[in-house]
Design a protein. Structure first.
Length: 343
């Protein structure tokens, strides 16, 4: 139900004028600063929907798929799209539910979890009204991610389990695998390693079966984390090596660099410093090439640790300084040891 913006009387969404006060009911939203080439003014639901979908698609949002990260320019574009969506709601306009999911993903990627939750809930309600089980399962999974980010693990688990049941019923293997992986993350957060291992293993098997090799690599990495927590370093290394191979084959340099770091970390724990130095050096090279600063800082800290173990303290000091500078610039908390030692 829409309402007149002037007198508040109920109106139909397609009415151009309010029959009570004769005020214009056409929505007008302006998209500026080259989000789409030039300035665009949209005056009806169809145009608004198409403009928003075009904006989101150009950035990389489509249904339940999203870019891994946003540039500063894309972040500004997303914020403008979210402003448009707020204006539509204010005018009583109902947005397509899949567009609501895309908007939720965009909001979540920019750190606006409350905004994201509102979009996911609106999408969920519309999907349930129309009996769209795929959309319902996707919405529940996304709401579970929000709950997990807020450390509400019981709620997150409930939502992901609901999503998994729906995705399995309709044969959406990709969606089922995503829910399984997310349930594994929750179990890992609780320290339930055997439960987490089962979920990650099931997710990996489905993703391999459907050809989602990147998704399988993420599950393999998580299995490596579990093995490392158990002290099974050889098993962890095998998982990380398998992850690295997949990431290299599909051209995911961030994933390859992270795997190299993980393998290097295990080599340090084994006391294999030369091996560790090689893997961490390879990771550092990739991270610098692609601007993956978080893992660049990790590589530098671990290489500094190796230098200290080798008695090359001056080299370690230089690496630590560079690493801590990067962490401060990108907002990663600094370990207390570095603070205590003047970094």
């Amino acid at each position: 139900m829409a309402f007149c913006r002037d007198c508040g009387k109920s109106v139909e969404a397609d009415w151009k004028f309010c029959p009570n006060c004769n005020a214009s009911q056409q929505s007008s939203v302006t998209v500026q600063d080259g989000v789409i080439a030039g300035d665009v003014t949209v005056n009806n639901l169809h145009d608004i929907k198409e403009a928003m979908e075009q904006l989101l698609a150009e950035i990389g949002f489509f249904k339940d798929s999203s870019p891994d990260e946003l540039t500063s320019e894309q972040t500004q574009q997303v914020e403008k799209v979210l402003q448009i969506s707020d204006q539509l709601v204010d005018h009583g306009v109902e947005v397509d539910p899949w567009t609501e999911i895309e908007l939720g993903n965009a909001a979540r990627l920019t750190g606006k979890s409350n905004h994201a939750q509102r979009h996911y809930l609106r999408g969920l309600n519309q999907f349930r009204d129309t009996g769209n089980l795929e959309g319902e399962g996707s919405s529940l999974n996304n709401l579970g991610l929000i709950a997990n980010e807020r450390k509400n693990l019981d709620e997150a688990e409930r939502l992901h389990k609901q999503s998994r049941i729906i995705m399995r019923e309709i044969g959406n293997r990709q969606g089922e695998a995503a829910s399984l992986n997310n349930l594994g993350i929750i179990a890992l957060s609780r320290g339930e390693l055997s439960v987490a291992e089962w979920f990650f293993g099931e997710s990996r098997d489905i993703k391999k079966e459907i050809g989602d090799y990147q998704g399988a690599a993420f599950s393999l990495n998580n299995l490596g984390v579990i093995a490392k927590k158990r002290g099974a370093l050889l098993e962890a290394e095998q998982f990380y090596q398998e992850t690295r191979i997949i990431m290299r084959e599909i051209g995911n340099l961030e994933g390859e660099a992270t795997s190299l770091n993980n393998i290097g970390d295990i080599a340090i724990e084994r006391g294999e410093l030369a091996v560790a130095e090689w893997f961490l050096g390879e990771s550092l090279t990739i991270n610098r090439e692609i601007g993956f600063r978080k893992e660049e800082a990790h590589s530098l800290i671990q290489l500094g640790r190796i230098m200290n173990l080798k008695g090359e303290n001056d080299k370690a000091h230089i690496m630590y300084i560079e690493a801590i500078k990067i962490r401060r610039e990108i907002g990663i908390p600094i370990d207390q040891w570095f603070i205590d030692n003047g970094y």
